[in-house]
Design a protein around this ligand. Structure first.
Ligand code: SF4
Length: 194
């Protein structure tokens, strides 16, 4: 029997739409905060991984592309990628980069640095992205945060796509920082209950 579809089974469309909107206006990047706050909220207050299991458009997109459309070699994920040291190491790196992005936003807000209308891919390559923003539309720090968050989201999407092609469709999920954080929170919560 075919599994009944829910509205949230189509969130992979949202994952595509999010990146598409960033080509028109960088300010849409702020919607990416939902992907940070919602999984944490569900893990903290619900003690479960409902977000990963049902609400993550990115995970669904990898399943669609890698599974349904066969864009994955479907090779086993290397064991080191799911090891604790790599998952937590990547989480620390990711959070440091997130913190740096917030700090850059602060510097722009404080007037110590000027707005950079660029996207930084893989934390290294600067890609001009100025056409997505008209100076003065919002406060500079609001725009700076948009460029920073979009860079982070796009970089992690590309990393996920690379490992999707090389290994299993959802290899990214084995070391995704949000997955590592929510898993850690759920473990702590469930230990509390015991
Ligand atoms: S591990 Fe990350 S990408 Fe995978 S479903 Fe969870 S939040 Fe989404």
């Amino acid at each position: 029997m075919k599994k009944k579809k829910h509205w949230y089974d189509y969130l992979w469309i949202w994952a595509i739409l999010y990146f598409a909107l960033g080509f028109f206006s960088i300010l849409f990047a702020w919607f990416g905060m939902i992907d940070f706050l919602l999984p944490l909220g569900i893990a903290i207050f619900g003690g479960n991984k409902f977000f990963c299991n049902h609400l993550c458009g990115r995970g669904q997109l990898f399943s669609k592309l890698g599974g349904d459309l066969k864009c994955s070699r479907n090779k086993p994920t290397p064991r080191w990628m799911s090891s604790k040291w790599f998952r937590y190491g990547f989480l620390i790196f990711f959070l440091t980069m997130f913190g740096n992005m917030v700090f850059q936003t602060y510097l722009v807000g404080a007037g110590a640095s000027s707005l950079r209308e660029i996207i930084k891919l893989f934390w290294t390559f600067r890609v001009p992205w100025g056409w997505t923003y008209t100076a003065g539309t919002v406060a500079d720090w609001v725009a700076q945060f948009s460029f920073g968050l979009y860079s982070l989201m796009l970089t992690s999407l590309l990393l996920g796509l690379i490992v999707m092609v090389l290994y299993k469709p959802r290899t990214w999920c084995t070391f995704c920082p949000m997955g590592t954080m929510t898993q850690g929170i759920c473990k702590l919560k469930n230990n509390e209950k015991k």
